[in-house]
Design a protein around this ligand. Structure first.
Ligand code: FAD
Length: 117
């Protein structure tokens, strides 16, 4: 069966937006339980990603570069790095991970102080 590249790309954009927003909201000083939750989440996310070929590749990336879950900064930086690995594989430009800032704002006003003010 022929794939649909437009639909696959739409799913990718929506998913990356969500994935990076999860990282941007991860605690700055996570508990052990929160770190375990994020690590487990990332492994299941990779395993269950709806595009099978993508899931296969992404699982290889996270085996090579294990999730960094010690802090928000570490998690966001790791996610940016692995997204860049996918960008490279697909001949897309590299994203400057120093420019993450408040790029992934969840729009939720529930008491979290913002990174950038
Ligand atoms: P996307 O890569 O979707 O990025 C969306 C936006 O995120 C960009 O416009 C930019 O503003 C920002 N961004 C870009 N890079 C970064 C970064 N490093 N960190 C933070 N923000 C960034 N497609 C395939 O054809 N084959 C695959 O094997 C494949 N594997 C995938 C695996 C996963 C886990 C996901 C989520 C998607 C995968 N995709 C795959 C889809 C692919 O990565 C793109 O989402 C899709 O091709 C659309 O690309 P895009 O150019 O719109 O930008």
């Amino acid at each position: 069966k022929l794939g649909n590249e437009t639909v696959k790309a739409e799913l990718g954009r929506a998913t990356w937006k969500y994935f990076h927003t999860v990282m941007a909201r991860f605690p700055e000083k996570p508990t052990q339980d929160e770190q375990d939750a994020l690590r487990t989440y990332i492994h299941l996310f990779a395993r269950l990603y709806p595009c099978g070929e993508c899931a296969e590749h992404f699982q290889q990336h996270i085996n090579k570069y294990p999730p960094q879950v010690s802090s928000r900064k570490a998690a966001a930086g790791w996610a940016c790095f692995v997204h860049n690995e996918v960008n490279e594989m697909l001949d897309k430009p590299e994203f400057d991970c120093n420019n993450l800032g408040s790029f992934y704002d969840c729009g939720c006003a529930d008491g979290e102080e913002s990174e950038t003010g």
